[in-house]
Design a protein around this ligand. Structure first.
Ligand code: SF4
Length: 401
């Protein structure tokens, strides 16, 4: 096996939760009564990992980040997580000090699990608390209280986790600005290395969507939502958190290396149910039906592929793939890169695409610099969204697609 300097991130999807939250449209199943299904799924995931071990193109890559997301990955037994990571290390060149994150929910963390995670090399813990108000947590359908979260957070620190992210939500029904500010203050007081903050989206197919349709749930108006967002940026900045992406802020040196890949058009391989990938110029995604995902991998076990050239369709669970054109790569680079606070590096853009971003999008850039939605960094090296631009980010980004 040979390696060079190309890096890649691995995303591993664990699609199980104890109970579905009322707003959640993520690909996850309420698996409380189906623990045997967890182990069947893990076996299938191990087979998918083994499939990629045979992919020649991956030999050239060093895995420097792994993100175990969900769902609630911490619902699995610690031994199952260890098995998954061992398989990754066996199949890929995983950097010794790779950033390895696991997403968790208060209610699924124990001292034993936390100790085991650290021993298996997991060095970053992401905890979804969403709010510090018990009434709001209950209305969201979360399985935990504020007190339970605080207990889990303390346990994680005691176990030795020195890189913790906390997920928060704003724009919740019945959430006043005062409640949001209190949640922010309480989160900051805990001194986590990273804070993510998302505005509630009412997604089709969720109980919240149904309630909204029936008129029993009122959406936060845009003005209040934007005000809450700016309050978060202001409070986090004043407390030494760098809002380095639209929904993410971190202490110096604690930016999420894995998530930065998504916003910088760096390659990543998504494994597990419904996962998405960007690799070798292809965008591709996996089967979203749990039974099909498991069955396809069982069938595939009996066939042996030792492909030389990368083709996403060799995977038995890839159901969609598309080879990006240069134009699509440029659009995605801009679309995702503008999410970062530092914005787009003019030099990096030129090095990647052999053309100046200012020449390529002269009209659009000029227009947004004039209307105040975009600005240049003080040294002129970066092009980024202003605070007003962030409020209207979707429409600004659409101009580059
Ligand atoms: S814990 Fe996360 S993934 Fe699971 S149902 Fe709630 S929001 Fe969705």
């Amino acid at each position: 096996m040979t390696t060079n300097n190309k890096v890649i991130g691995l995303y591993l999807h664990i699609p199980f939760c104890i109970k579905k939250c009322r707003y959640c449209a993520f690909l996850s199943y309420d698996g409380a009564k189906e623990y045997s299904l967890h182990s069947v799924y893990v076996k299938a995931l191990l087979k998918e990992i083994a499939h990629y071990a045979k992919t020649q193109a991956l030999n050239d890559y060093l895995v420097d980040t792994i993100f175990i997301g969900g769902g609630t990955p911490t619902i699995l037994a610690a031994e199952e997580i260890a098995e998954i990571l061992t398989a990754c290390r066996k199949s890929f060149h995983v950097k010794e000090d790779a950033e390895i994150t696991i997403e968790s929910n208060p209610g699924t963390l124990t001292e034993e699990k936390l100790d085991a995670y650290l021993k298996m090399g997991i060095n970053r813990l992401s905890i979804g608390v969403q709010s510090f108000d018990n009434r709001l947590l209950e209305s969201l359908g979360r399985i935990h209280s504020k007190e339970y979260f605080l207990e889990n957070y303390k346990k994680a620190r005691m176990a030795g986790f020195s890189n913790i992210n906390i997920d928060l939500m704003f724009g919740l029904p019945e959430q006043s600005e005062k409640l949001w500010l209190e949640t922010l203050e309480q989160a900051i007081a805990l001194d986590p290395e990273h804070i993510s903050f998302y505005s509630l989206q009412i997604e089709e197919g969720t109980p919240f969507y149904k309630m909204h349709q029936e008129g029993t749930l009122t959406e936060t108006d845009d003005l209040t939502d934007r005000k809450m967002y700016r309050q978060a940026i202001d409070k986090l900045t004043k407390n030494a958190y760098l809002p380095y992406e639209i929904s993410n802020a971190a202490k110096a040196g604690c930016l999420s290396k894995h998530n930065l890949k998504y916003w910088s058009l760096v390659e990543y391989l998504g494994l597990g149910l419904g996962s998405h990938s960007y690799f070798q110029g292809y965008r591709f995604s996996n089967e979203t039906d749990l039974t099909n995902y498991i069955e396809q991998l069982n069938v595939h076990e009996r066939t042996q592929h030792f492909e030389k050239l990368f083709d996403p369709k060799e995977s038995p669970v890839v159901v969609w793939s598309h080879k990006n054109t240069r134009k699509e790569d440029i659009a995605e680079y801009l679309f995702t890169g503008l999410r970062r606070r530092e914005g787009i590096s003019r030099q990096d853009f030129y090095e990647r695409f052999a053309v100046s971003v200012d020449e390529l999008f002269e009209k659009e850039i000029k227009g947004h610099l004039q209307n105040g939605l975009m600005e240049n960094s003080s040294d002129g090296g970066f092009l980024r969204l202003t605070a007003d631009g962030v409020d209207l980010s979707n429409s600004v980004m659409a101009d580059f697609v």
